[in-house]
Structures are given as C-alpha cells and as structure tokens.
Design a protein around this ligand. Sequence first.
Ligand code: HGY
Ligand code: MN
Ligand code: MN
Ligand code: MN
Length: 394
Amino acid sequence: MWAALLPVGRDPGDGGYHRFSWTPAELDCRAWFLDEARRRDMPVERDANGNLFAWWHPEDGARDGAVLTGSHLDSVPGGGAFDGPLGVVSAFAAIDVLRGRGARPARPIAVGAFAEEEGARFGVACLGSRLLSGAIDPARARALTDADGRTFGDVLAANGLDPDAIGPDPGLLSRFACLVELHVEQGRALEEPVGVASAIVPHGRWRFDFAGEGNHAGTTRLEDRRDPMPPFASMVLGARRAAERNGTVATVGKVRVTPGGVNAIASSVTAWLDARGPSDEDVRRTVAEVERAARTAASEHDVAVALAEESYSEVVGFDHALRDRVVKALGGVPVLPTGAGHDAGVLSARLPAAMLFVRNPTGVSHAPAEHADTEDCLAGVEALAAVLDDLAHG
Ligand code: HGY
Ligand code: MN
Ligand code: MN
Ligand code: MN
C-alpha cells in the first residue's frame, strides 16, 4: 500500500513531494485511495467539498455512530512522505488488522481523506474540513485563487463538483460519533513510538501586500525609489525578533515579487506570515509587532502596505474523555501538545476528536527529510487498530 503511494508526486531530484490539491499528483493519490477502498469492499463517498470517505459498515448495516479516522493526501511544496498519507495508509492497515482478527465492529468505521489540508494551492489550511464543519464562508472559499489565478470554485467544477454546493454538511457530520486522526509527529518530543495529542496551539496566516513603484535598477536614484523590498525585508527580520521577544514562532516562507527582474525595482511584493504560539495573546502580539516593523519601513520608503488575516485557529483542546479513553486503550502513552494544525483540530469543533502521533526521530517535517521508522509506523497501525476496535465496540 505504502509502496504504491510513495512515488506519487515525488520530485526525483530532492525527493520532495508536490501534491497540490486537484493537480495530477493529488488526483493520482485520490485514485490510489479509491483503489485501496475497492480492494477492501469499502464504498467511497465524496462530499460536496471534495473530502473522501471510505466506509466499513457493520453487518447489521448500521449507518450512524461511525468512528472516523484518516488524514490528508495533499502536501506542502517540497513536503515529506509521511505528513498526511501516514494517517490514511495506517487507517486502511488498521482495518486490515481488525479484519484479520475477525473483528466485527458494532459501529461503522470510515477512512477520511480531507481536501486541501495544507492550503498549499488555495492558501487556507484544512479547507475541506473547514468547509465541511462550517468554519469558512463558502463564498469566500469559492473565490480563493491559486498561483495561476484559477479559483477554487472553477477547479471544483473541473473535477465534477458543484461549486455552489460546497459548505457545511451537518447531515454527514451527524453520522460520526468521533474522529481519531493518526499523524506523523512534527517536532521531536516523543520518546516512545506513539503518543496522543493534548492540544493544538493557536496559529494563523497573514498576507502582507507591499505596493511600490517599478523602475529601472540602474538609472533610478535612491531618493526617487519606492522600492517594496526593504519593507518586506523589515517584515522578515521583524518576524524573527517578534517571535524571540514573545516566545512564539513566526515564519515567512512564501513571497511573490512582481515583476521579479534582476534589473528592475519591484513594483509590488506579497509575503505571507505564519505565526503560532502558546496563547492567542502571544500570537496576536507577535503579529502586531511584525506589522509595526513592516509599516515603519514602508513609510520610510513611501510604500503602501496592506495586511489581511487569511486564517486563524484558536487553541484546540482535544476532548478529554475521548483522549483519556484512547490513552487507556493504548495502555498509557505520552500525551503532548502540537504546533501543527490538523483536520482533527478543525473538526473537533463539531465532534469529539483525538490524534495519535507516530514518533519522528529527527522532528523534521514539511521537508523531504521527514521520516518515521518502519517499526514505529507499525506500532502506530497497531495502536490505531486497538483504538478503533475499542471505539467501534463501545
Ligand atoms: O501547517 C500545519 O501546521 C499543518 O501541517 N498543515
Ligand atoms: Mn502539514
Ligand atoms: Mn498534516
Ligand atoms: Mn492534519
């Protein structure tokens, strides 16, 4: 199963994955999902938002009280092999383990593959689970554009979905009793193969637009310039300093320079800030300090700057009762918070959710070096099987 998915969307050069949602690589991952479900006689449902669900129905045909598991198949640009797919592969493998033991769940078990979890194409993370749970305005989602200017609505229509049908689906959500997402650890806190999430820290994304004046790099005097690059540089350095001051993390990993000529002063720069931290106040203070650094430099260079909050998630404290039940089913494993956002975090607003983490020996993620040892991945499958077995019988 893993071997079939591994090469999909992988850059043969640096080994990074490029599986932007609804591009050929991610469509191949979706085809893989359908194939794995078919091999297991699991009917697949695609909701209006493009999320996939493969169902294992009990023999009595029960359709409610389902235990949902799974994760996502899309990646960040140059991502690792495990972030997302490990949760989907482990879900199918855990079902194989249960079936191999002759388990007959009293409740349905569904394997989910949530759309656009990384937000790498349309800019909003967990877009599929946010739409499903009503956490984003469908009209705003429809209008989101990718780097080529294609809207999310157009891309959905090109893939057989009705853009006007996207949005919350309380009927579908009501069929789930809970969600358990398995994910590779992102960071390196785990000393044991498997851990359970206690919380997801507050995190968000902000877009900074710097508008200056394009001009000739060689013939324009310094005093005549309205160059957006120095204010952009102040934003980047300001992010690092603000994070150090506030005990948060702030990252500028994506920037778009227009027109992007070596011998042309940029006319505009768009840059994105990712900020996360222990509390809303810490994150908000960090962003405010970055904005101040950007605006101060922008006024010095006669450049306009606009700031837009693209997404924000307050702290997610996972359901204690479910978390404790999962820890008990695993005979006691470490419980730890995470700085990474997940579909389970978004959906925890609508149903009890828990997360299992599989140890990542280097902690590296969102990069080709992301790794989890095979024996830890197998321990993750066994743990997920134990949790699903407990929840689907209880
Ligand atoms: O960005 C995140 O935290 C997650 O990996 N999507
Ligand atoms: Mn990720
Ligand atoms: Mn992920
Ligand atoms: Mn996730």
